[in-house]
Design a protein around this ligand. Sequence first.
Ligand code: SF4
Length: 253
Amino acid sequence: MKNPERIISKLVESALRRYSMIAEGDRILVAVSGGKDSTTLAYDLAMKRSWWPDRFEVRAVHIASDFCSCCKKTRLTSLLEEWGIPYESVFVPIIGRLKPGRSMNCYWCSTQRRTELLRYAEANGFNKIALGHHLDDIIETFFMNMMDKAELSTMLPVLKYDLYPVSIIRPLALCEERQIEEFADYKGFRSAACTCPYGASSKRRSVRSRLAAMTGGSSSAKRNIYESMSNISSGYLPVENPLPDSRVRTNRQ
Ligand code: SF4
């Protein structure tokens, strides 16, 4: 079996280079939850600091909420300390901010968390926020947006904001969840996993199982879905105004 650490490291390196995620002098804030994804991300960036051609700084923040007390923060704190990543926890009353009559859901939660992350990054001089979303998250979002919003869109590997002087980067964009799980088991991070009480009913879970049925869990099928998002033949899509450079390619008989 190939070394899971090497697999993750190579895939993160590919994503960092392909999407030009890191530049000289970057101050990167990693959003950590105690789960396998963000813990893997924090570890990999911490290791890359010593050899990556551009010098960059890594710090971590945990957005603590009023509903999820399951995060193994003691374990997380000691891991981050071991890797030389300064860490802070910020409390956000996510349920407490709900308007009367509204119920808790993932959209509200992630919007609140994202806003706090952006505020924290801006107030503390970070120019990039690294999130632990992986390839499976990205293709799940792609299908969710198609089915729920009739829109072809997803989470971007790099997202720049007009309103904030901060970009979002997703260095795990080319890593499959399965590979992160193997790595987390290999390093013993799984015990740091966090289970959200609202996660079980999330729409994402339903899309995840439908996608698993559609791809049969095939890595190449999932990677092809991912690559299709940047290989668009708009001439073969029912768009009213195809992109100017779109071509319909036909073979001469
Ligand atoms: S699964 Fe839980 S922590 Fe994650 S976005 Fe949904 S409510 Fe928030």
